[in-house]
Design a binder for this molecule. Structure first.
Ligand code: B12
Length: 354
C-alpha cells in the first residue's frame, strides 16, 4: 500500500495497527512471500491511516469518508502493485477489512457496531470495484478542452513560457478570468491528480505542474487586483497539516476579482493562527479549505473556536475543498456555508451581501 500522511499516532492506535497487521499476515500464508520487507513496513503505516479514516467517518457519522477512500485505495493499488493481479488485490483488501472487523470487535467502545457496519460496506464496495480505465470525461469535454490539453502538455514538458503564453493568449482572445481559473487551472490540476492516481505521472511532474500554475496565477494579479473594491473582506486558508492550497488561493483570487479584499494565509494554518487572523482582519467571511479527510477534525475545531468568541459572531464561516465534496452533508450539519468551487462561492457572496 501507499503511505499517505506522516501523522502522529497514539500508542493505542499503534498497538491496534500492529495487532491487525499480525493477524492479517498470519491469516493468509501467501502474503509473507508476496510482500517485501518494504511493503510490510508501509502496510503498517497504511493500517494506521485506515484506522484514522474510519475514526473520522465514525466521529462525524459520515460513512462516505471511509467508503470513498476504500475505492480510491483499490484503484491506487491496482496501478501500483503491477506484480499482483487486480483480483488478488481485491482478495487482500477484503481480507484486510475482515481482519479489521475481527480485531475491532474486541474493542468495547460505543462505536464498535458502527465501525463494523462501515467495514462490511467497504468489503462489498471492494468486491464491486472496477479497474480504472478511461481518463476523466469532464477534462476532455466542452469548448475549453483544446486549451486544457495544450496547457497540460506545456506543464508536463516543464515549459513555463509556453504555458504562460497559452493562458495570456486565451485571455486576449476573450476567455474570462473566472473560466481560466475554474475551467482550465482547476480542471487541469484535477486531471494531473487523476494521472498520478493511475500511475501515469510521477510525483516530480505533479510538483512541476503545481509550481508552473502558481507562477501563471501570479501573472494574473495586475488584472485581478484592478477591480474596484466593494469594502468586503475574506480570510482564507487550509487547516491542519493540509498542503493543498491552490483551491483556496483560487477562491481568494476570484473574490478579489469581484472587488473583495482577501487575506490569503495559504497551507496548514493552526487553529490559533486562524483565530488571530480573524480577530485582526475582522472579515465578513472566513473560508476554511480541506482536501485530505484527516483534517476534517481540525476544521470542526476551528469552527467551534470561532463560535466561542462572542466578538466574532458576525463572521460567516464557509468550508470547502475535496473533503467536503465527499462528506457533503457535513457543512449543513455544522451550520456553515459551502460551495463546490470558487465561482459558485462568489455567486453565493453576491446573493448574500449584494
Ligand atoms: C497538486 C496536488 C498536490 C500538491 C499540492 C501543492 C499545493 N501547493 O497546493 C502536493 C504535492 C503538496 C500534494 C501532496 C499530497 N497529495 Co495531492 N494533489 C494535488 C492535485 C493534483 C491538485 C490539487 C489542486 O491544486 N487542485 C486544483 C484546485 C483549484 O481545486 P480544489 O483544491 O478542488 O479547489 C476548488 C474546490 O474544491 C473549492 N474549494 C477549495 N477550498 C475551498 C474552501 C471553501 C470555503 C469553499 C467554499 C470552496 C473551496 O474551490 C476551489 C476552486 O474552485 C490533487 C488532485 C485533485 N483532484 O485535486 C491531488 C490529491 C488531492 N492529492 C492526493 C494525495 C494522496 C496527496 C498526498 C497524500 C500524496 C503523498 N503520498 O504524498 C499528499 C498529502 C499532502 C497533505 N498533507 O496535504 C489525492 C487525495 C486522495 C484522497 N483519497 O484523499 C489527490 C486527489 C490525487 C488523486 N487523484 O489521488 N498534492
Amino acid at each position: 500500500m501507499m503511505s499517505l500522511l506522516n501523522q502522529e499516532y497514539t500508542s493505542r492506535q499503534r498497538d491496534l495497527a500492529q495487532t491487525i497487521f499480525e493477524r492479517y499476515m498470519s491469516a493468509d500464508p501467501l502474503l509473507s512471500s508476496e510482500y517485501s520487507q518494504y511493503r510490510q513496513r508501509t502496510m503498517l503505516r497504511d493500517i494506521l491511516y485506515n484506522l484514522e479514516c474510519l475514526d473520522v467517518a465514525v466521529r462525524h457519522d459520515t460513512e462516505e469518508i471511509f467508503l470513498d477512500y476504500v475505492l480510491w485505495m483499490y484503484n491506487l493499488l491496482v496501478t501500483r502493485m503491477t506484480d499482483t493481479s487486480p483480483e488478488r488485490i481485491k482478495q487482500q483488501l477484503i481480507q484486510h477489512y475482515q481482519t479489521m472487523i475481527e480485531v475491532l470487535a474486541e474493542d468495547v467502545s460505543e462505536s464498535a457496531n458502527q465501525r463494523r457496519i462501515i467495514l462490511e460496506k467497504a468489503i462489498s464496495l471492494t468486491k464491486q470495484g472496477q479497474v480504472p480505465g478511461t481518463p476523466s470525461r469532464r477534462f476532455e469535454k466542452g469548448k475549453y478542452a483544446p486549451l486544457r490539453q495544450a496547457y497540460l502538455q506545456n506543464l508536463l514538458a516543464g515549459d513555463r513560457k509556453s504555458a504562460s503564453k497559452e493562458i495570456m493568449d486565451a485571455i486576449e482572445a476573450g476567455v474570462p478570468l473566472k473560466d481560466i481559473y475554474i475551467e482550465v487551472f482547476q480542471e487541469v490540476m484535477w486531471e494531473v491528480g487523476n494521472l498520478w492516481h493511475r500511475n501515469k505521472l510521477t510525483v516530480d511532474k505533479e510538483h512541476l505542474c503545481t509550481a508552473i500554475t502558481q507562477g501563471v496565477m501570479a501573472q494574473l494579479y495586475s488584472r485581478i487586483f484592478s477591480t474596484p473594491r466593494n469594502g468586503r473582506r475574506i480570510v482564507a486558508c487550509c487547516v491542519g497539516s493540509e498542503l493543498h492550497e491552490m483551491g483556496v488561493r483560487t477562491v481568494c483570487d476570484l473574490f478579489e476579482l469581484n472587488g473583495w479584499d482577501s487575506v490569503y494565509l495559504g497551507a496548514a494554518v493552526p487553529t490559533d493562527g486562524v483565530l488571530h487572523a480573524v480577530e485582526e482582519h475582522k472579515p465578513d467571511v472566513v473560508a476554511l479549505s480541506v482536501t485530505m479527510i484527516s483534517y476534517i477534525d481540525n476544521c470542526a475545531e476551528i469552527i467551534e473556536t470561532i463560535r466561542r468568541h462572542s466578538n466574532l459572531q458576525a463572521t460567516r464561516i464557509a468550508v470547502g475543498g475535496r473533503a467536503f465534496q465527499i462528506a457533503s452533508s457535513l457543512p449543513k450539519k455544522w451550520g456553515v456555508i459551502t460551495a463546490t468551487n470558487g465561482a459558485d462561492f462568489v455567486d453565493w457572496a453576491v446573493r448574500f451581501f449584494g
